[in-house]
Each structure stands twice: as structure tokens, then as C-alpha cells.
Design a protein around this ligand. Sequence first.
Ligand SMILES: [Zn+2]
Length: 264
Amino acid sequence: MKCKTRRRKKPPCIVWITLLLSFSVLGAAGGTLASVMLTDPGSESSEDSVTGRQKEIHPETDENASGKGSEEEAESGNIDTAGSEEWELILVNSTHPIPEDYEVTLTLLSNGRQVDSRIYPELQEMFDDCRAAGYQLFVREGYRTHEDQQQLMDERIQAYRDEGYSQEEAERLAKQWVAVPGTSEHELGIAVDINADTSISSSEEVYGWLEQNSFRYGFILRYPADKTEITGISNEPWHFRYVGKEAASEIYEEGLCLEEYLGL
Ligand SMILES: [Zn+2]
């Protein structure tokens, strides 16, 4: 699964066409699509609740120059997590899709990315401390809607089709790089892809600091290089997943991946 792909906005009509196509293709699974769509903050009422402090989280370099000083607002996706016990330990992978009734309240970050509001304070703290250590970083990718994920998949399949592969082969190849919609942690809102601002820090510096320190803030390196057989995902040094400080510490200290920690 590649997580570095930047999300692109489609005009609403195209989104709906895509959704309609998805409904017709997926048939019974359409219900899942519909319920997930409700989590799209764009379709829900919003309210301001967070200060512009989140601007500090990820000054995306290309936005810094022009976006400086603009007032930031937090946006609530109106979403509450039902059955919030141990929400931070929910497992989502190719064999554990996101529950149909999953809900999330989102905080809008300064560069347009969104994360589950519950992870925001510790994410901010982690960024503050990483910066204090001399590195510069930003959230490349946070929450994705189901339709975002579907779009990523569709684009990847089309790219293979354009190379001459059959539909079946293109789908098989695409799934090696993109999580099937409904099975990406990005649809939870508690996973982030973090990149270095390479004008100041190297990727190795930032990834290294995060790998060594993220557990202090409740985050884990979700797809380590030595756990690909278990996670089914290739090494992704940029993908960090919130699990809470207690679990993160144990996972870090014992060198586990989330599947192992959960006894799966
Ligand atoms: Zn990711």
C-alpha cells in the first residue's frame, strides 16, 4: 500500500458518478459506501473548536509562503465513535475491514488534511518535540473518506490498464499498492503519513526520530520492514498509527506489530 499519494479533489458531480458506478458494481456493498459517506465532513454541519495552533503541526512547504497568517478553523465531521472503548486499538487490515457503523470526529489541519480529533493533542505534542529536536515535518496524509480510497484504487487500476494489463491483472497489481476501500487505516482518521520538509531535514532524520520517539505520544510505526509478512504491507517508514501510550510503549519495547500485540 502506498500512502504517499496525495489526495485530489473531484468535482462533486464526478464523485457522485463514481459513487453511482460503485453502487452498481458493488451491489450489496453499497450500503457500506453510503454509511461511510456520511462521515464526509463536507456533508455535515461543522463548528469551530480548535485554535490556529494546529498550523504548527504541518507547515506544508508549498503552502507556507502564501498561507501564512491565515485563520484556521477546525471542522467537526459530526461524528461520534460508537462504542468508544479501546477505539484506539481497532484493527483494520485486509481481513479486518472497518465496521459499517464506524464514526469519527475530525479536526481540520492547516494544510487541509484531517485527523480524528482524539489524536490531535498528542500529534501536536509530538510535532512540537520533533521540531524542538531540530527537525521539520508535516502531515502528508490523514483521514481519507471511503470515496477517496476508492478513487486511489480506481486510478491505480486505470494506470495498469493504460499499460496494457487486463482488468483482472490490473486489479491484482493495484491491490499490492493501494488498500482495498474499507481496509485502509486512513479511513479511520487515527493514522497519518508524516513526511520531512526536505529543505530542512532529511526523510531519514525525521523517520528515525519518529521511530524512536512516537510511542511516547501513543503512536506506532505501523508497518515496520521486519513485519511485512504479518501486516501484509510493505515497509512504510512514514505511516504512524495511534494506539494510545500504553499499547504504543509495549509495542515499541517488545518490537511487535499491531497484529502481534493483539494476539492475531
Ligand atoms: Zn499511510
